[in-house]
Design a protein around this ligand. Structure first.
Ligand code: SF4
Ligand code: SF4
Length: 322
């Protein structure tokens, strides 16, 4: 059953099919009810991820909820999505305040605030090329951290650089909440229905790649002594050399266009091709051909307005995103 509860809230609930106790999932994580909070931006698929996770859980006979929360609805705005997955009927419909698992789809959102309410023994699953240790230290989290370079997984699976499906694989593999076969089925069914079999297969491949590539670690054991904590810090051999790019061309994967709330409207007839906008644009989003401005690359233009501010003519004007 799926119902819309007014703007900004999308609620998806389903009854369990079969016996919840047949699934090791919820027990594997050590709780009768598992609550998951997803952090992403509009357009990154956090809500879809939560719905597919719920779909997979029903295949294991579990009770589920999936719902989302967002402010002004627009691409690039921070979005929260939630799951409750339980062995028994779920009777609460309150917001998730103390999640067992936090999934961060957009690494730019990773800061201490995303840990709000996350249980100390919980799971933090982050889309990042960094190691669990580096993430745990950055946000001072002593639970379990799982990291996955979701963009690399999507590339390998020949998919656009969307992180939600790889992150589903990482979440399930790291926590043991859902079996791989159930997740594969749920992903396949979802994408076959909307985008066809070939895309569905690529997404299943992304789940499997994520399953094998996710890295899991604990940072500091809260019960360890200070001396042991000291040993948990990386040695100089483990530190990555500064100023090194590990993934050539990685900036291509950061579609900063999703941050935008307004965009520069370009009027060709007013432009004298002075190229001031091209010089000042911090995201190399002014497109040119043989010294003439041809338009704006909206995949990467983040809407800062610098180009319009430096334009000596009326050729660029910031207008709100529609
Ligand atoms: S708004 Fe900012 S990012 Fe976009 S084209 Fe202009 S200067 Fe570049
Ligand atoms: S700054 Fe304005 S006039 Fe100059 S090239 Fe850019 S759009 Fe054209």
């Amino acid at each position: 059953m799926q119902t819309e509860l007014g703007s900004g809230v999308d609620f998806y609930v389903n009854k369990a099919i079969g016996s919840a106790m047949e699934s090791p999932g919820v027990e594997a994580i050590g709780a009768e009810l598992v609550e998951v909070r997803w952090h992403g931006r509009g357009g990154q698929g956090a809500v879809t991820g939560a719905k597919i996770l719920a779909r997979a859980a029903t295949k294991e006979g579990l009770w589920i909820q999936a719902f989302s929360e967002f402010g002004p609805e627009r691409r690039g705005a921070p979005v929260l999505a939630f799951n409750r997955i339980g062995a028994n009927e779920i009777r609460t419909y309150a917001p998730v305040e103390e999640p067992d698992v936090v999934v961060v789809i957009d690494p730019a959102l990773l800061e201490r605030a995303v840990l709000r309410g996350l249980k100390a023994e919980g799971w933090l699953v982050v889309n990042t090329p960094f190691s669990p240790r580096q993430v745990a230290r950055n946000v001072s989290f002593s639970g379990t951290v799982a990291t996955l370079d979701a963009a690399a997984v999507s590339r390998e699976a020949s998919l656009p650089p969307l992180a939600n499906i790889p992150m589903l694989g990482a979440l399930a593999a790291a926590t043991g909440l859902i079996q791989r076969s159930a997740l594969e089925e749920a992903v396949f069914e979802t994408f076959r229905a909307s985008l066809g079999e070939e895309t569905a297969r690529k997404n299943v491949r992304a789940v499997n790649l994520a399953w094998s590539q996710v890295r899991i670690g604990h940072y500091l054991d809260p019960g360890s002594t200070e001396e042991e904590n000291e040993c948990a810090l990386p040695s100089w051999q483990e530190l990555e050399p500064g100023g090194t790019l590990y993934q050539p061309g990685s900036a291509r994967d950061y579609l900063t266009g999703m941050w935008r709330s307004s965009y520069p409207l370009f009027k060709r007839e007013e432009c004298n091709d002075c190229l001031r906008c091209w010089v000042f644009c911090p995201d190399t989003s002014i497109m040119t051909n043989e010294g003439k401005v041809t338009g704006i690359d909206l995949q990467y233009c983040k809407g800062c307005g610098v180009c319009a501010a430096v334009c000596p003519r009326d050729a660029l004007k910031m207008v709100p995103e529609n």
